[in-house]
Structures are given as C-alpha cells and as structure tokens.
Design a protein around this ligand. Structure first.
Ligand code: ZN
Length: 148
C-alpha cells in the first residue's frame, strides 16, 4: 500500500488516527480516512433532491451545494462542481490499475470520492464529482421544501 500522507500543505483541521477513530463511526472512518467506497445505490444521499449545502462529515467544511447535484445514475451522489474551487483538493489515484483523480476535503484531508470528466453528462462542466454519501452531511436550507 502506498502512503499518501505526504501532502506538503498542513490541513486546517488535523487529528491523529486515534482521534478520527473516536470521532467517526467505523463505516465513516473506513471511507473518510481509509479512502474506502460505500456500496453503490446504498448511500443516504444518492437520490436526494433536498436543497441545501453538503458539508464534510469529518470536519464540517462546506463542500457542495444541492444546485450542482445531478442524476448520474451511477449509484453515488454526483455533483458537477464543488461549492468553491479551494474547498476540495485533488490527488492522482493509480489504485485498481486505473488513473483516477481522488477528491479530498481541503480542510481536513478526508477522502470524499473521485472526479471524472468528459463522460458526456449534460452539465455545465462535463465533470462528475462522484462522492460517497457517508463522506457528506446535508444541511437543508431553512426554507427547503420537504422532498417530494
Ligand atoms: Zn473535512
């Protein structure tokens, strides 16, 4: 296994491995801190259309807005753009014999998912941020209508 903890930039939120284990559920820890992937079509936000902001479940940093969420039918929540360009960071991931781009929370370094582009989705960016529900926490807008 390659050690990917060589990022030069210190994160604003830093915790030891033991602290993360204590703060997160085992399933959350596996995805957020061990770059795991939740099963497709099982995540709680896969088909959610509630308006609001999705924050990092590990540190609470705001990451995505519901406006950029779209139906990709890939089994995970998909967004075409992060809330702000510097809210996430990108790490080249060559595991599984593929070249992919891992998306991490720029505030705490926790794993969120991967970003893919050029897949032909009808979105403004032609990018798909394929994010684990368990890495996120939705804060519905104050005036959000209940999900239909
Ligand atoms: Zn975070």
């Amino acid at each position: 296994m390659s050690d990917k903890s060589t990022s030069a930039k210190p994160y604003a939120v830093q915790r030891t491995d033991d602290e993360w284990r204590a703060a997160l559920s085992p399933a959350e820890y596996q995805v957020l801190r061990k770059a795991g992937t939740e099963p497709a079509f099982r995540g709680e936000y896969t088909d959610t259309k509630t308006h609001g902001v999705y924050s990092c479940r590990a540190c609470g940093a705001e990451l995505f807005r519901s406006d950029t969420k779209f139906e990709s039918h890939c089994g995970w929540p998909s967004f075409y753009s992060p809330l702000a360009g510097d809210s996430v960071e990108y790490i080249e991931d060559r595991s599984l014999g593929m070249k992919r781009v891992e998306v991490r929370c720029a505030t705490c370094g926790s794993h969120l998912g991967h970003v893919f582009e050029g897949e032909g989705y009808d979105t403004p960016t032609d990018q798909r941020y394929c994010i684990n529900s368990i890495s996120l926490r939705l804060q519905p807008d104050e005036d959000a209508a209940p999900e239909a």
